[in-house]
Design a protein around this ligand. Sequence first.
Ligand SMILES: Nc1nc2c(c(=O)[nH]1)N[C@H]1C(S)=C(S)[C@@H](COP(=O)(O)O)O[C@H]1N2
Ligand SMILES: [Mo]
Length: 395
Amino acid sequence: MVRHPDTGLRARMARYWLAPLPPPPERLRRGPWRPDAFPSRRRSTALTSRLGLWLGVAFGICFVTGLLSHAIQHPPGWFWWPSRPVRLYQVTQGLHVITGLASAPLLVAKLWSVYPRLFTWPPARTVAHAAERGAVAVLVAASLFQVVSGILNIFQKYALMPFFFTAAHHWVGWLLIGAMLIHLGTRPRSSGRPSADRRRLLLGVGAAAGLITLVTAGQTVRPLAPVALLAPRRPGEGPQGLPVNRTATAAGVVRLIHDPAYRIILAGPGGERSLDLAALNALPQHSAILPIACVEGWSSTATWTGVRLRDLVALAGADPDRAVAEVESVQAGGRYRASVVAPEHVRDPLTLIALRLRGEVLHADHGYPARLIAPNRPGVLQTKWVGRITVREES
Ligand SMILES: Nc1nc2c(c(=O)[nH]1)N[C@H]1C(S)=C(S)[C@@H](COP(=O)(O)O)O[C@H]1N2
Ligand SMILES: [Mo]
C-alpha cells in the first residue's frame, strides 16, 4: 500500500511537534521578561558551549564511575568485578568524587551564562521547543541535586537529606544523563571561539575547578594531604594512622567486641564451628598492603595482617576457588553490618580477616577483634567487627 507522505503517522507527529503554540499576552512581558533585560556581554553561546563541554566531560566520567560503584555494591547477576589491580576502585571512586566536586564551579558558571534564557519570550514557541526547555529544566534540577547531595554525603550531613542518599543519587544520576543526552541533541550550536574576556572568565572557572580538585584530592592522594582543606578526612589521621568511618561506639559494639565470649561463627558445607581469638591467631597469618577506599572519596593504605579468607573457607568445608562468603558483623543493625564476598575476592590470597593493622592489634574503631579487608573493594564492603562468616559453594 502506498501512503501519501502527509497522512503518515510520522508526518502527523512532526506537524504536531512543530505546531506553533499561542503566544502569552504581551502585558505579561515585564521585569526580566522585557526585551534587552540582560545586556552583559560576557555571556555568549561560545562561552556557554565551552562550559557545557567541560561539564559534559565531568558529568560523563562522574556518571560512569558512579554506576560502577553502584554495581559493585549491588551486583546484578551479569556483573563481574576483579580483585586486581588492588587499587582500581580507589582510582575510579577518586575520579567520581573529584569530577563531581570540580563540576560545582562549572555548573555555577554555566547557569550564570544561561540564566537570562529563563526569560525567553515567548516562553515556548512550539511543542518541540517546550519539550526541549522541559529537558533543560530537568537537567538543571538534577545537576544541582547531584552536586549538592554528593557534597553533603562527603561531609556526612545526612540530617540535611531526608531520603536515602545512595538510591536517590543513583536514580537522579540516570535522570541527569538522560536529560543531558536530550539536551546535547537539541541545544543551540556554538558560534566559534570565545572572545578574549570570555576566555579570561573560562580561565577563572577552570582555575576554580582545578583548585577544588587540589584541595580535595588530598583525601586520597597522600602528597596532597597537607592542602586537603575541603576534605573532611585525611589519609594519615585517625587511630593507627587511618581515618575511621563509623566508630565502635557509634555502631554500638563496644561491649560485644571486648566480651571474653567473643567468637567468629564459621558456617559452611562442613557444618558450623566457632573460632575464638586464640584459634584465629593460631591459624597461618599473612600480610597484605591494601587501601580502604571509602565511597565518600577518602582512601588510605596500610599493612593488614590476619587469616586468609580462603583458608577459613577451606576450614568450613568449601572449595576456596569457587565459594561465596557472607561476612557479618556483631553490630545489631545498620546498613553496612554485612557484605557478600564474591568468588573472585574469596579466592584472592590478599583477602584477609585481619587481626592486626600496622603490626598492632586492631583498634576498636578499625574493627577489633577481626575485620574483613579485600583488594579492590569499596570501603563500605570491608566489614568490621566480624561475628559470622557463612560460606556456600557456587554451583
Ligand atoms: N560493621 C561495619 N563495618 C563497616 C562499616 C560499618 O558501618 N559497620 N562501615 C564501612 C565503611 S563505609 C568504611 S569506609 C570502612 C572504614 O573502615 P575504617 O573505619 O577502619 O577506616 O569500614 C566499613 N566497615
Ligand atoms: Mo565508607
